[in-house]
Design a protein around this ligand. Sequence first.
Ligand code: TMO
Length: 325
Amino acid sequence: MKRLTKKLMAGTFAIGLALVSATGAASADSSEPIKIPIKNWSSQIVMAHVIGGMFESMGNNVEYVPVDNQASFEAVRVGDITILQEVWQSTMQNAYYNAMEKGGLIDAGTHAAETLEEMGVPNWVIEQGLCPGLPSWEALKDCSAAFATPDSGGKGRWLEGPQSWHGEVMPNRIKGLGLDDTWTVKFAGGADALWTELEAAKKEGRGTVIFNWTPNFTDASGFTFIEFPEYYDGCRIADGGTMDTTGCGSPKGWLKKGAFWKFPKTHPNAYRAFSQLSFTTPQIGSMAALVDVDKMTHEDAAKKWLADNEDVWKPWATSVLGEGN
Ligand code: TMO
């Protein structure tokens, strides 16, 4: 009996070895959960569950960790979360590179999608002539009255995202452009408040200027970003700029991934898949649309997205060392 068990065990071990060499993996992933951050906009949350589903298909354990956007860069640096799946250049490059400089955060590659995070208007604001001259920012000098709200003290209102995304970038922008006599910035409590405002303004037939971004579900529904003076590195006050330069617009930027530096060691297979993963603008827009247009839960949206897009993500999950890596 003992002999038989030993033989069986030896056989199992041999099969295990064969599997390992067939996939080319030097070692198996730890069973410790991969900790994936949950923030407060739709594509980020759906993508968290898409990536989590991919990891689970590979036999990994995952845990979802709600985290404040700015705090997430320190959290990943010290390993409280394992990955960052959406690092947007305009709102997050400083936190990203600061954490990297301190040590503990590594660059895990760049998505195919180009990004823009900028103030803008739904297309019908332009079509109805509520601010002639848009999308040039100079048009704002003469149309603020059409964008006043009960909370704006008679000025035109920009509805910015939550302050945890952008800090003082937009209030500084208004001052830098000399628009602060006629325009003011209010911060939304969350992304949903931006979409609620879009619907309310349309119903009431009034103008609205909101913060928005691409990739997003609004790529398909008609949204125009305002064209500000061109961005360059250092133009913003937080980056060493002055009142003369901080009127610059947002960069047409990158969308990066990041990881805790130990992730490639503890979970070599999951890390390899994550480093290869790259989403396009329509792919990320569709993740957001499943929630914000189709009103699915984030979890169901991710399940549907994974089922509809196996040809996109399965190659990353089954990739082996030496193939495109
Ligand atoms: C960080 N965001 C994409 C919501 O601007």
